[in-house]
Write a protein that binds this ligand. Sequence first.
Ligand code: IPE
Ligand code: IPE
Ligand code: MG
Length: 204
Amino acid sequence: AIILDGNGRWATERHLPRAAGHRRGVEAVRNTVEQCARMGIEFVTLFAFSSENWRRPADEVSLLMRLFMSALQREVDQLRRNGIRLRVVGDLSRFEPTLQEMIHAAQRDTAGNRRMTLTIAANYGGRWDILQATGALMRARAAAGADLGAPVTESELAQHLALSFAPEPDLFIRTGGEQRISNFLLWQLAYTELYFTETWWPDF
Ligand code: IPE
Ligand code: IPE
Ligand code: MG
């Protein structure tokens, strides 16, 4: 599981606009995904856009959305050829309908792939995930006519988390020098080894 951070500072250091850092960040995503697949890593989860990132200036948010769409458009064939299944987790309701459709299509087109699962966390927050899982758990109990007040077990809740299809990560990496989790996978990181590096994401 990786928090990719430092695109903006990579660019600023080079007297370039932040957008240049985000573009290079997309290249780094491609390289990292390829390298992980080659190494036989079966699950890679990338934090690409947090629920807090909406607070950035509107032109930066819209650039990130356009980069996301163009990467989806360009890379889905490549993912399919390389046996990579794409999943996107997070509250997608805030994204433009065209982007939502592209995400659903990309997930559908790669659903049969088994070599590696690449998960993009977009408009994701760890607290959001635990809360949506709690709601889903209660709805599932209600639908089954089960006792709503019965104690909740870890495995029952985990079934409703957005990443229920993936094992808990062995390794967490954050680039960009900050040593915090920033509301990423709060539940799943309980026993994960944490690795922080000063390297900006585009250089990783
Ligand atoms: C990470 O780089 C990319 C996203 C959060 C989308 P930043 O944009 O956070 O770069 P810095 O932290 O300002 O350097
Ligand atoms: C962390 O980046 C989240 C993502 C990479 C999506 P930020 O740069 O937004 O994080 P904080 O707020 O500085 O922790
Ligand atoms: Mg940052």
